[in-house]
Write a protein that binds this ligand. Sequence first.
Ligand code: ADP
Length: 228
Amino acid sequence: MSIDRVILFIGPPGSGKGTLSQECVQKLGWTQVSTGDLCRKHIAKQTEIGKSIDFAIKSGKLVSDGLISQMVFDWFKKGQQQSDVVILDGYPRTVNQARDFNALADQLGDAAQVVVAKFVIDDDVVVDRLVNRYICKNKSCQRVYSLKPTSSFVPANDMMCDACGSELIKRKDDTADAIKERLKVYHLHENDLLSHYEDAGYEIREFKSDLPIDQLFTEFKERLGVSL
Ligand code: ADP
């Protein structure tokens, strides 16, 4: 299928990029690719790449630009997108990755429009979200839950995924130290990355992501002119 739009989700860990992606996949039929998920699949399968990135992921550091860009290129090459809109969740995260992605976008054809969506949230809200976060153990599901009683993402059955019934687990990088490191790394690159897109003439569409997910989803659709 040819790609009309690639939407880049740029935002700190825990800013709801994955959750909003899930909404777009389920309700709009879009395709999402998350570089974090691609990394975790390598680790689960214990591939050579997986073994080499395990430590960086656990400690909240970035994987090298070259490896990450290659994963994204391979994903597009395999033609895994099942819709004309693709969300890139968590990529590019550095200016080098953005340059790599420009080269890839050129190959996707003239018709593909690149949209930059930026998500904003306070660091202390992120920490509260991530310490309560659990994910589905099934690597082809990886649905996200919260055990915070006031959250709308509490699983219906204790510690089981509503979607596929697999066990819920804690991500290895959702520890206090790794969360702190991930936030630090995000803030280190954020300005340069956004300036790269601004300088290239892109409009940055900014979303406050401490809203309930249905409100965020509605605002997102409105601002992107999605009529469904
Ligand atoms: P989060 O954004 O919540 O930290 P992700 O699931 O997007 O979680 O990413 C988890 C980890 O995967 C990151 O901390 C990093 O180690 C690695 N990773 C994911 N995307 C990238 C990327 N674009 N560049 C470098 N490393 C990445």
